[in-house]
Design a protein around this ligand. Structure first.
Ligand code: NAP
Length: 533
């Protein structure tokens, strides 16, 4: 990674255009299809590289290497990623700590300008960055491009948010007194990311931490460390000062606790499973010798999301949206629908139509855009999802199990299981794969009650043309992101700030107006202005 021209005054943070979402690609267009194919060819020509750590502005190699593979063809190794042990981790935390005072005192507008530069670099590399995701985690072209678009959105949005929050607020009107309310960063942030939105979520958490003045130690998922390395490349090209962004790929089971427990970590931004999230929250609460700040954890976790379809719904609209919510990217989204709740009277007609439409979802490598569904993330997930499908088929009635490709690849069938009720395991556990439970409720009261019957509260949706039902859903369907008459995935930065409550998360709402506040502490400065002298 070479340093480029220093950040000049070219980014005018005082006159930024209003935030606008990066456009999604239109792959019905020839030129966009050709450009994406070319990006895949370009990425393929770079397979087999070695990826070092990036600590304090320096590349660091270790002897412990992790290979990452194409989930549609696990014999294909994409590259080897150096793994950090506790020594490298401590070095990264030390570098971040040393960088903190000057980064904290860097003008917020200047910190924002670094993010805007990173956004420009990400835009320039957009299709190439998306093509890597097709190979490293099996995202379809449109899903991968949407992930990169969201990463750009986070950079653009959080830079504007920081500029907004940087202006101290004057409080009260007392004569002879000036009260200013302002924010300051907390210290070193550990950013711990999942694999399913490998660029967007990583970029969102890291950029929020950095723009608010907190240097970052970034641990990507072990399934997507090459995509994680792209953050290091982007921030190095943006000429971020040494130590502000440190890339430390490592096995969570080996260094995760050391990272969370370290006394110099003040902030942990985590997105991942409930199990890991609760472990982090618990460990972070224990004060370690030498620790000077109470750690704050920002945790976004799993979901068991439902869509209610009532008798008044237009099935021509509801079913494609439901299928996309449940099976796009193989159902591996925290926002994915895993429960469809319909009234008894609609059940037969609905399931018939649903299965008929699901048959068109053919499964094959994500590299081939004719397949709407691909392989799941790894062999462990493949085994787990198949096991849940087996359990679910005993709990309820198997309505559909799709064909899967023969030969290598982490394939699992698209599975739809009917006659499920809230007591069943597949109505409660987050499965994180292409498995949809269909539940037949007595009436709308029961549908709402069942929708709210899990410990998660992330996303939910309703398809209805009945205004009373829509109003009741607004009031009673308790999820972080509720969608009326549309799919429940694909939240956009600024338009649909994202995150859940219950066991789904601490309510941080990524991509929204409150998010950056979690990364800072407020301060109040009161001055007696009546003093003469
Ligand atoms: P995961 O297994 O919990 O892993 C998430 C991250 O935590 C990875 O980087 C992992 O490292 C690391 N980790 C593992 N053990 C750790 C420990 N003891 N201490 C610290 N870090 C540790 O989750 P995942 O499978 O990557 O992601 C899927 C989950 O994320 C699903 O539950 C999904 O619902 C959730 N998710 C939620 C949201 C949201 O916004 N609510 C968004 C996306 C995903 P290794 O990879 O090295 O194990």
């Amino acid at each position: 990674m070479n340093s480029r021209t220093p950040l000049g005054a070219r980014i005018d943070t005082e006159n930024l255009p209003p935030f606008a979402n990066h456009p999604l690609a239109d792959f019905s267009r020839h030129d966009q299809r050709d450009a994406f194919t070319a990006a895949l060819v370009q990425v393929r020509s770079r397979l087999g590289a070695l990826y070092p750590l990036f600590i304090n502005g320096q590349e660091i190699r270790t002897n412990d290497l992790l290979s990452t593979v194409n989930p549609a063809k696990p014999s294909e190794q994409l590259g080897q990623v150096c793994q950090a042990g506790v020594a490298q981790l401590n070095r990264a935390i030390g570098a971040a700590r040393a960088a903190f005072p000057s980064w904290r005192d860097t003008a917020p507008q200047e910190r924002a300008a670094y993010l805007l530069k990173a956004a420009a670099i990400t835009r320039r590399r957009a299709f190439e960055l998306a093509a890597w995701q097709v190979l490293e985690i099996g995202k379809q072209w449109d899903q991968a491009q949407a992930d990169v678009a969201e990463a750009i959105d986070f950079l653009e949005y959080y830079s504007r948010e920081m500029i907004r929050l940087a202006v101290p607020r004057r409080l009260g009107h007392a004569a002879g007194e000036l009260n200013l309310y302002l924010y300051e960063p907390r210290g070193v942030a550990a950013v711990i990311a999942p694999w399913n939105f490998p660029l967007a979520i990583s970029m969102g958490m890291a950029s929020a931490a950095m723009v608010t003045g907190n240097p970052v130690v970034f641990k990507p998922s072990s399934l997507t460390p090459i995509v994680g390395h792209h953050l290091a490349e982007i921030f190095a090209e943006a000429d971020l000062p040494a130590g502000v962004f440190n890339y430390v790929p490592a096995r969570g089971s080996v260094v995760g606790d050391s990272l969370v427990d370290h006394p110099d970590i003040s902030l942990i931004a985590f997105t991942g499973s409930l199990e890991t999230g609760l472990r982090i929250i618990e460990r972070a609460a224990r004060v370690q010798p030498g620790q000077k700040a109470i750690k704050r954890v920002i945790a976004e976790m799993g979901g068991k999301n439902a869509i209610i379809i009532d008798e008044s719904a237009d099935l021509d609209q509801a079913i494609p949206h439901l299928l996309s919510s449940a099976f796009a990217f193989q159902g591996q989204k925290c926002s994915a629908c895993s429960r469809a709740i319909v009234p008894d009277a609609l059940y037969e007609r609905f399931t018939e139509r649903l299965v008929e439409a699901a048959r068109k979802w053919r499964i094959g490598p994500a590299e081939d855009p004719s397949f709407p569904m691909g392989a799941v993330c790894d062999a462990t997930a493949q085994r787990r999802i198949r096991e849940y499908a087996r359990i679910g088929s005993q709990e309820g009635r198997l309505l559909y199990s799709s064909p899967v490709p023969t030969g290598e690849g982490y394939w699992v069938p698209l599975t739809i299981i009917g006659n499920i009720t809230p007591e069943h395991c597949i109505a409660q556990e987050e499965i994180f794969g292409p498995l949809l439970a269909v539940m037949s409720a007595r009436d709308f009261d029961q549908a709402i009650q069942w929708a709210n019957s899990t410990r998660f509260a992330l996303t939910g949706g309703i398809f209805s043309r009945n205004p009373e039902h829509l109003e009741r859903a607004r009031r009673e369907f308790r999820v972080g992101n509720l969608y009326l008459n549309r799919k429940i995935t694909g939240a956009f930065v600024e338009r649909q700030p994202f995150g859940g409550s219950g066991m789904s998360g601490l309510g941080g709402k990524a991509g929204g107006p409150d998010y950056l506040l979690h990364f800072m502490d407020p301060r109040v400065i009161t001055e007696n202005t009546a003093v003469l002298g």
